[in-house]
Design a protein around this ligand. Structure first.
Ligand SMILES: C[S@@+](CC[C@H](N)C(=O)[O-])C[C@H]1O[C@@H](n2cnc3c(N)ncnc32)[C@H](O)[C@@H]1O
Length: 352
């Protein structure tokens, strides 16, 4: 009996060795991985889960309660697992940039680029904007991001496009630059940091040259609440699973005419970024006005009124906040995509 048990144990150990450790196991896992991952041959640091989930979703969208170091590590890990705006293949992203200029979403940026000058993109992700600037406007663009995976992809896209954009892994709060830039962009980034308005101040006071332009994109508190209410209602009251929620999210984006690559990885990268983020804060136009004017910047325009004349300070900024929140409510009730994101273009009033 003891001999049989020992033989069975040895056989089990041998099978485990074959399946888990040996080259045979490695080859088998390329086809059938117990964690349902698959390798991305184009970027060897990145694996994505293909497992479907029927579990009830745990929508987040709240500030992280941990220490600053913990928040930063969680955000970095989140984007290293799957960066935002990340298509399955670098070539698909390069093709999409060639076909249409990502800067077109920001008319004040396009206008400013006509005067030439240097550009810094803070929190560049996989490099849509910086590569778009270098490719379509032939201007030097430099992107920094916390996530190594995002920066690796951004560099790869620059290589495919053959343009001059450069990238570095860096945390804005530890980033020291010996120069200032004519244009600094930061879209969808600072609300995922430990100190959003501190980040606004750092960019405005250290990185934008006197007279330069700051293009800032943030989540809006009122509109963002409507966005989460909409998806929480689907999950909690109507019993949507995570997969069902994903399908609804992707359909909403399609109905809203979302451009870019169409692969599932790309859609997933948006879905998890907007509903399952480990840390986000949300803000108002009035708050942004205040912080920017303290840093000696004048708001020139905002996406809230399609970059028309900027609402004046104080009361009209608060009115614009209320209108934007109402707009989000209406759009979402009609099944239209409205994530509650707004952009502000502001000019440095400092003199040389
Ligand atoms: C929602 S993504 C936006 C990416 C890009 N701006 C876009 O619009 O496609 C946020 C990005 O900010 C980066 N990020 C977050 N905290 C940062 C920090 N402290 N310093 C630099 N980048 C940061 C993340 O790694 C992530 O790539």
């Amino acid at each position: 009996m003891r001999i049989v048990r020992r033989a069975a144990g040895t056989a089990l150990l041998f099978a485990a060795y074959l399946l888990v450790i040996s080259p045979v196991g490695l080859v088998i896992r390329l086809f059938r991985d117990p964690l349902h991952r698959r390798p991305d041959s184009r970027l060897d640091t990145y694996w994505i889960s293909t497992r479907t989930s029927t579990a009830p979703p745990r929508i987040t969208g709240i500030p992280h309660q941990g220490s600053p170091a913990r928040i930063r590590d969680d955000v970095r890990r989140f984007y290293n697992t799957l960066p935002f705006n990340y298509s399955e293949r670098a070539s698909a992203q390069a093709r999409a940039i060639r076909r249409s200029d990502p800067c077109a979403a920001y008319p004040p940026l396009v206008q400013e680029l006509q005067h030439g000058g240097s550009v810094l993109d803070v929190g560049c992700g996989p490099g849509w904007l910086a590569n778009g600037i270098a490719f379509h406007h032939q201007q030097p663009a430099f992107g920094i991001d916390l996530s190594e995976t995002a920066v690796t992809r951004a560099r790869r896209v620059a290589e495919i496009l053959g343009n001059s954009a450069t990238f570095a892994v860096a945390d804005l709060f530890q980033f020291h630059s010996d120069r200032q830039y004519d244009i600094v962009t930061s879209t969808g980034v600072l609300h995922h940091t430990i100190d959003c308005m501190g980040g606004v101040r750092k960019i405005a006071m250290e990185l934008v040259r006197p007279g330069g332009l700051f293009l800032l994109g943030l989540y809006h508190s009122g509109a963002r609440t409507k966005f989460f209410d909409h998806f929480r209602h689907l999950a909690e009251d109507r019993g949507y699973t995570e997969d069902a929620l994903f399908e609804e999210f992707a359909a909403m984006r399609r109905r809203g005419g979302a451009g870019g690559p169409t692969d599932r990885t790309f859609e997933r990268s948006w879905f998890r970024d907007q509903l399952f983020h480990p840390h986000e804060s949300a803000h108002t136009l009035a708050e942004v006005y205040e912080t920017l004017s303290e840093a000696n910047f004048a708001v020139e325009s905002t996406s809230m009124n399609r970059f028309g004349p900027a609402p004046r300070l104080a009361r009209s900024a608060a009115d614009a906040d209320r209108e934007f929140t109402a707009l989000a409510g209406t759009a979402l009730a009609e099944g239209r995509y409205f994530p509650g994101f707004f952009v502000v273009a502001a000019r440095s009033m400092a003199t040389q």
